[in-house]
Ligand binder design. Structure first.
Ligand SMILES: [Zn+2]
Ligand SMILES: [Zn+2]
Ligand SMILES: [Zn+2]
Length: 150
């Protein structure tokens, strides 16, 4: 994994380029997500910051920061578990697309992948035929990773 400071610098630059700011609190929460390298809830993040960085941050602030990180595609919210993870494309500048997540039910390892546009198109048109409009196409798929399967 790329060094945390390299990622934080990159994110700070991306923020500036977009006319936004990686404030101290935003940086703290992102650092915690990078450091933990797994999905954490807002309350997990409050504890994590205290435990690992001796920083006190309110849950409300964490939620606001997570909204920001999600909107800027630096992090993702897993809707099923209500936890957040760093975007695996955090260092990329290309178009992000719709993510899908493979979640190992044994070790909680999460792999992020972009859904192929053709699959998305198929899904959307199938939904349309059923009189349904997809507004949130992110997929969260449970399974077992190769390491846990043995
Ligand atoms: Zn992503
Ligand atoms: Zn990428
Ligand atoms: Zn596993």
């Amino acid at each position: 994994m790329t060094e945390i400071n390299v990622i934080l610098d990159h994110v700070a630059e991306s923020c500036t380029a977009r006319g936004k700011q990686l404030t101290t609190k935003r940086k703290l929460v992102l650092k915690a997500l990078l450091h933990a390298d797994k999905a954490l809830s807002a309350y997990d993040l409050v504890d994590y910051c205290k435990e690992h960085f001796e920083e006190t941050i309110q849950a409300m602030t964490v939620y606001r920061v997570l909204d920001f990180l999600e909107n800027e595609h630096f992090a993702h919210k897993l809707k099923v578990s209500n936890k957040y993870i760093m975007c695996s494309h955090i260092l990329c500048d290309h178009d992000h697309g719709t993510p899908q997540f493979f979640i190992c039910s044994k070790c909680d390892k999460i792999t992020e992948q972009t859904i192929a546009p053709i699959i998305m198109t198929g899904l959307q048109s199938q939904a349309k035929q059923k009189g349904f409009t997809v507004t949130q196409p992110q997929l969260e798929i449970s399974g077992v990773c190769d390491e846990c399967v043995n």
